[in-house]
Design a protein around this ligand. Structure first.
Ligand code: ASP
Length: 453
């Protein structure tokens, strides 16, 4: 394994000229930083919207923001996108008339409706990478723009949720090994075998970075963002929470599947296969060490982080005799599969089953699902409970350490908080408590103080 680093810069790290200049300084500081993956420009302030969202708003004629009760029409988004790219070119003082012209052409292209969102959504990464590359060259850092189509980055045609086709890895390795200087690669999208653009799920530039790191067998994958690393608990909820210095792939998978959203859920999957460490760092504070994600660590602390997931629905089904029916749980979960609904947990007992899922996923199909369960299972009790919060402590040290669940439960008892759901992860490195959401803030605080402080 050569010492080559893949660096991915998130939206806020490339949101304006000043940020892009920081990126240039970071990359030029270490010659091993040979592959740079960039996001589309992100928000410059909390009142701002991401360029990717504006592009999706253009693609949907304004529906994208409307559905989030944000009053920005497609015209305004168009002006925001063009304005942002014109400003980047001007502020970085690079040659960019051709970029602006091409972008404008892309935004006005007629594209079949099913492919339109992906094509437009990818344009933020596409042209931002070109701008960053030109700036690097202007500043004396030889760089080459490598687009997904140039490196044979082939993905499935699951639009908006594309999957990487394995032939990509060899293609990427071959192409990138021929690049002399720094390769600048747009994140978030690949090309289908028919030559269409397909994007990953949101936040998917992390995934591009992970896949490139895997393909070139990088020694390190650096993920540059606007926070100091991965916090023990969401710092917006517990301001004194600290950055976790080291955690394992398994721990971050668990935490990010349950609401930690610093890093894309799938981005570590291939890095893990090749033991490529991932380091989360802050573009705006180089003094901070960040978080290292590795395959193994000495579990000095028992719990490393606590995730919290709100808006969970709890479907409770009781039918006397269901325990004797082989395949009952399977049949029940199949209904969720038929409706395309992801399920998180399904505690079972002799005659009853509960299914936990994101309540927003039920919108529009709740009535039909109720009817189907009634018809097919004739339950004695069927309840849909809403507004549940699941709080999940995670840590590899938990497996051999007695009393962690007892400590958490005691802390809750002291606050007079009732636990509605208890479930331990089979690997014994996580457990999940469910509460009515009015308990969530105080439950999180009580568990943080007892398990992490
Ligand atoms: N720009 C895309 C998004 O906002 C991808 C990314 O930034 O990772 O989801």
């Amino acid at each position: 394994m050569k010492n080559q680093i893949v660096c991915k810069f998130g939206g806020s790290s490339v949101s304006n000229a000043e940020q892009i200049n920081k990126v240039k300084d970071i990359v030029s500081e270490n010659q091993e930083r040979r592959y740079v993956v960039v996001s589309a420009p992100g928000k410059e302030s909390s009142r701002d919207e991401k360029i990717t969202d504006h592009l999706m708003n253009i693609a949907t004629g304004g529906k994208h923001f409307r559905s989030q009760q944000i009053e920005i029409d497609a015209e305004t988004s168009y002006r925001a996108v063009m304005g942002k790219f014109r400003k980047l070119v001007a502020d970085l003082s690079i040659e960019g008339d051709d970029i602006i012209e091409q972008l404008e052409g892309d935004l006005q292209k007629t594209i079949p409706v099913d492919k339109r969102i992906d094509f437009l959504a990818s344009r933020g990464e596409r042209y931002n990478a070109e701008i960053v590359c030109r700036y690097f060259n202007k500043k004396g850092m030889p760089s080459e723009l490598v687009l997904p189509k140039d490196m044979g980055f082939v993905v499935s045609d699951d639009f908006s949720n594309a999957r990487v086709i394995p032939v990509s890895y060899r293609n990427i390795r071959e192409k990138l090994s021929s690049v002399e200087g720094v390769s600048v690669i747009p994140g978030f999208y690949g090309m289908t075998s028919r030559g269409d653009v397909a994007v990953f799920s949101r936040g998917g530039s992390d995934l591009t970075g992970g896949e490139v790191a895997f393909a070139v067998e990088a020694s390190l994958y650096e993920n540059w963002t606007d926070t100091d690393g991965i916090y023990q608990v969401d710092p917006r909820l517990i301001p004194e929470a600290k950055v976790i210095p080291r955690l394992t792939y398994k721990e971050i998978r668990l935490l990010s599947s349950k609401g930690f959203n610093v890093f894309h859920y799938d981005a570590m999957v291939n890095c893990r296969k090749r033991n490529i460490p991932i380091r989360i760092r802050n573009t705006n504070d180089l003094s901070s060490e960040g978080t290292m994600i590795v395959s193994e660590r000495v579990p000095e602390e028992v719990v490393v982080g606590i995730a919290r997931q709100d808006n969970i629905a709890y479907l409770y089904i009781e039918r006397v005799g269901s325990g004797e029916t082989i395949g009952f749980v399977h049949a029940l979960l199949s209904i969720m599969k038929d409706y395309g609904i992801e399920t998180y947990h399904y505690p079972t007992d002799r005659d009853d089953v509960a299914i936990l899922l994101n309540q927003d996923d039920l919108v529009g199909s709740e009535g039909d699902i109720k009817e189907t369960i009634e018809r097919e299972f004739k339950p004695d009790i069927l309840e849909f409970n809403y507004n549940i919060t699941i709080i999940s402590p995670v840590g590899i040290g938990m497996k051999d350490h007695p009393g962690v669940i007892a400590a958490a439960a005691t802390a809750l008892k002291e606050q007079n908080i009732n636990i509605d759901i208890i479930n331990q992860g089979p690997a014994q490195i996580s457990f999940h408590f469910g509460f009515r959401n009015y308990y969530a803030d105080s439950a999180l605080r009580a568990m943080y103080e007892r398990l992490l402080k």
